[in-house]
Ligand binder design. Structure first.
Ligand code: IPE
Ligand code: IPE
Ligand code: MG
Length: 244
């Protein structure tokens, strides 16, 4: 289906609620993470169908390293397994898969799978799927600042030339457009250190559905919510209407 003008080009999702989904079924938390992979698959398909161009999924935050060691290691194994299982299908569907986050913190085995998946799908021209693993918004901004400072210190970037564009280009999402719509499942209404810079003007949609239960109806409800928003970027509503 072609995207109409009210379809967000870039959707970001904080996939929350796996642990509670499992607990409600008296299952270990890990069962919730496993079940969450199905919701990822459905969301990718629906995003592509609805004409979304970029989908950025928060899979593991900088702060999630603080979870029990067993949960973290099972999650990392799940990432490897899911990559192995899903990449061919993504490729068949013309999806370009990329990862953002502190790759240096991941195991060599996972990094190898990530790089292979990125290389395998690099030429695809359909949906761009970005998965945030070991990602934190503050980390992202600090890394960008570090790189800008290095260029300023070695004289290749005059300090007076540093502006928002210089900064945005150094961030993990680089030249991609900012997310238009942020969805968070699981009932919490917070950003949890996701894309702090890039979400500046995103429309925010929170729903109680736990991530493993997130389906087409929930995604369409979020898109319908987005379609009704008037995005003003500081202007008045009248200015926006006049601009048509
Ligand atoms: C989100 O689900 C997945 C990750 C953060 C890795 P949670 O594991 O946070 O699930 P809840 O919030 O405990 O239900
Ligand atoms: C945010 O969920 C991170 C991901 C979904 C990957 P959390 O469950 O870690 O967030 P908090 O701790 O409730 O803020
Ligand atoms: Mg959570």
């Amino acid at each position: 289906m072609a995207a109409d003008t009210n379809t967000p080009a870039h959707v970001a999702i904080i996939m929350d609620g796996n642990g509670r989904w499992a607990r409600r079924r008296a299952l270990p938390r890990h069962a919730g993470h496993r079940s969450g992979v199905g919701a990822v698959r459905r969301s990718v398909e629906l995003a592509a169908e609805r004409g979304v161009k970029y989908l950025t999924l928060f899979a593991f935050s900088s702060e999630n390293w603080s979870r029990p060691r067993d949960e973290v290691s099972k999650l990392m194994s799940l990432f490897v397994e899911a990559l192995q299982r899903e990449v061919d299908e993504l490729h068949r569907n013309n999806v370009r898969l990329e990862f953002i986050g502190a790759r240096k913190q991941l195991s060599p085995g996972l990094v190898e799978k990530i790089e292979a998946a990125e290389a395998h799908t690099a030429g695809n021209t359909g949906l761009r799927l970005l998965v945030a693993v070991a990602y934190g918004g503050r980390w992202d901004i600090v890394e960008a600042a570090r790189s800008i400072a290095a260029r300023a210190a070695d004289g290749t970037l005059p300090v007076d030339d540093i502006d928002a564009g210089t900064f945005a280009a150094e961030l993990q999402l680089g030249g991609l457009p900012d997310p238009d719509l942020l969805i968070r499942t699981g009932g919490e209404q917070r950003i949890s250190n996701f894309l702090l810079w890039n979400l500046a003007y995103a429309e925010l949609y929170f729903c109680d559905t736990l991530w493993p239960d997130f389906g087409d109806e929930d995604f369409d409800a979020a898109l319908a919510y987005f379609a009704q928003r008037q995005r003003r970027y500081g202007h008045t509503g009248e200015q926006i209407e006049a601009a048509g």
